[in-house]
Design a protein around this ligand. Structure first.
Ligand code: SF4
Ligand code: SF4
Length: 198
């Protein structure tokens, strides 16, 4: 395997990609607070919306695990992306951005796995070599990004574990089946509670 990840610095990962995929840059509540603070200091328009949420039907609350960055209307990109330097919050950028083009793929309601995002230009260029990689090769090719993806994965796992623990202790109740209509009704009417881990 000769291929080694080198970022093309094309900025695609910070922008909406035309086509069927919707750009999603997930951020945890603590990361959202940091980015909001910086936006205030810099006086830039930075917005987030809820991303991964669970309805807690026992307490009538929406539990918020992650948010996502609202892309700028004009350039369809993250407000922190500025040409020509690219990301202007490099030192504090969210785990999802640090790990990219490695990402977390949701395999069921509570489980995720590390995967490669197909929208990255490096991935598109090397698709054949990157298809069906085992974990050792993945670590080799994405030498710097894999440890970050691992941290991202572990943080997500801790969050899911916290949710499951609250369920077992009967402090919350998350329905396993819910209609879209009910879910939308809950989203409109219930208070939010952020679920965080260190
Ligand atoms: S925080 Fe930086 S790396 Fe992440 S989407 Fe925004 S500009 Fe891109
Ligand atoms: S899309 Fe891939 S190659 Fe382009 S800037 Fe993002 S990570 Fe780098």
């Amino acid at each position: 395997m000769s291929v080694k990840y080198i970022c093309r610095k094309c900025g695609i990962c910070c922008h909406e990609v035309p086509g069927e995929f919707v750009k999603r840059i997930p951020i945890y509540p603590d990361e959202a607070d940091t980015l909001i603070e910086i936006a205030k200091e810099r006086q830039i328009d930075f917005k987030i919306i809820e991303d991964l949420v669970f309805p807690d039907i026992m307490n009538k609350k929406i539990l918020v695990l992650t948010y996502k960055i609202v892309l700028d209307n004009e350039n369809k990109g993250c407000p922190y992306y500025i040409e020509p330097q690219g990301c202007t919050v490099h030192r504090v950028k969210p785990l999802a951005c640090q790990a990219y083009p490695l990402a977390l793929k949701q395999v069921d309601a509570f489980n995720f796995e590390i995967s490669i995002d197909p929208l990255c230009n490096f991935v598109i260029e090397n698709y054949i070599e990157l298809e069906n990689l085992n974990i050792e090769k993945l670590k080799e090719i994405f030498e710097e990004e894999y440890p970050k993806a691992e941290r991202f994965y572990q943080k997500n796992k801790k969050l899911m574990f916290k949710i499951r623990k609250l369920e077992v202790k009967k402090q919350i109740e998350i329905p396993r089946q819910i209609s879209l209509e009910e879910f939308n009704k809950y989203l409109q009417n219930w208070e939010r509670e952020e679920i965080t881990v260190k």
